[in-house]
Design a protein around this ligand. Structure first.
Ligand SMILES: *Cc1c(COP(=O)(O)O)cnc(C)c1O
Length: 343
């Protein structure tokens, strides 16, 4: 295979340090890891072994279609599927593989028991109104028949200070008294910083593992994990008065030296970075010139004479700053990065 002209430069030490920091911040609870959406775009086959080596034993994906990749690098009993069994085929697949379904409704509970049941997790809705059994349903016999490993709920606004956090915590505590279970879990990344009362037995960080900073007080403990990098395909001289890219949004005011990279909005480097994004190479800052197109972007090399064709340059992509600059969420910034990146 020819080698890709795009790569996600993943810092394994930073990923492992982030998991350890979140595990420490989780106090007596253990930190798990949300690895849905291919570990937020970073690639489960790289991420999961590193997290296992750091000590992580609980992984969460959203879809059943995400299971086979994770099973290449983890044991089935470590993995839970958040969307739960949508069909008898899903339930049979869970039984066959030994992966835990997260039960989200009475119907899913019945489907799981009809398929033969076994160890599962249970999602209780405490305010999201998205997935999970309601508090009113906790007395239903079909839930009492489940073999519940983790009883979980999910916070609506853990990155904010809002009374909803405490209300959800109280509802989750109530659910814990209503049904037998081995472990309880409430906190995602932001929830870990809300304190011991939110930790239960297991926390479920996602974005913070990958360098997102959900709450400012976590910033000092978390490191950037991934840097998108692109190779320069071509260098050209542009005369003063010439324009660069689609719709001629950028006009050179002096003679310039520019480089074209193999990165565009089809790779998740969206048009919001047009005339706005920045790259670095050899200590230079390289501004994006003109529109980001589908497969190509042009950067200014005027002040970086030693950077040329074939050289790799790095996008400025620290998540909190990139989010503020682009208006995209830290989650979107990662999960957008497409399959043409070498991982
Ligand atoms: C995605 C997800 C998480 C992780 O959330 P972050 O905000 O990325 O830490 C935890 N729990 C559930 C149920 C999720 O869907």
């Amino acid at each position: 295979m020819p080698s890709p002209a795009l790569r996600l430069n993943l810092d394994p030490d930073a990923l492992q340090a982030n998991w350890r920091a979140l595990d420490r911040m989780s106090g007596n609870a253990r930190a798990g890891a949300a690895v849905k959406a291919d570990a937020y775009g970073l690639g489960v086959k790289g991420v999961v072994p590193l997290l296992r080596e750091a000590g992580c034993r609980d992984f969460f994906v959203a879809h059943w279609s995400e299971v086979p990749d994770v099973l290449e690098v983890a044991e089935p009993q470590m993995l839970a599927v958040l969307h739960g069994p949508l069909s008898d085929a899903d339930a049979a697949f869970a039984r066959e593989t030994g992966v835990k379904p997260v039960i989200n409704s009475l119907e899913q509970a019945r489907r799981w028991l009809d398929a033969g049941g076994g160890r599962c997790d249970l999602m209780v809705d405490t305010g999201m109104n998205r997935l999970g059994v309601t508090l009113d349903q906790l007395g239903e016999p079909v839930l009492a028949a489940l073999d519940i490993d983790v009883l979980l709920s999910h916070l609506v606004s853990s990155e904010e200070d809002t009374p909803l956090n405490e209300l959800q915590r109280q509802r989750w505590e109530h659910a814990r008294t209503a049904l037998p279970h081995r472990r309880a879990s409430l906190a995602n990344s932001g929830g870990i910083a809300l304190g011991t009362a939110y930790h239960g037995d297991l926390t479920r960080p996602g974005i913070a593992l990958y360098g997102g900073v959900p709450r400012p007080e976590m910033a000092a403990s978390l490191r950037q994990v991934v840097q998108p990098q692109a190779a320069i395909l071509q260098v050209r001289e542009v005369a003063a008065g010439e324009t660069i890219g689609y719709n001629a949004t950028y006009t050179a005011t002096t003679a310039m030296r520019v480089g074209t990279i193999a990165l565009g909005y089809a790779d998740g480097y969206l048009r919001c970075w047009s005339d706005q994004g920045e790259f670095t190479a050899g200590g230079h800052t390289l501004p994006v010139l003109g529109r980001v197109s589908m497969d190509l972007t042009v950067v200014d090399l005027s002040h970086a004479p030693e950077i040329g064709e074939g050289d790799w340059i790095t996008a400025q992509y620290a998540l909190p700053e990139a989010s503020a600059a682009s208006g995209l969420s830290q989650y979107e910034l990662l999960t957008l990065l497409g399959h043409r990146f070498g991982r």
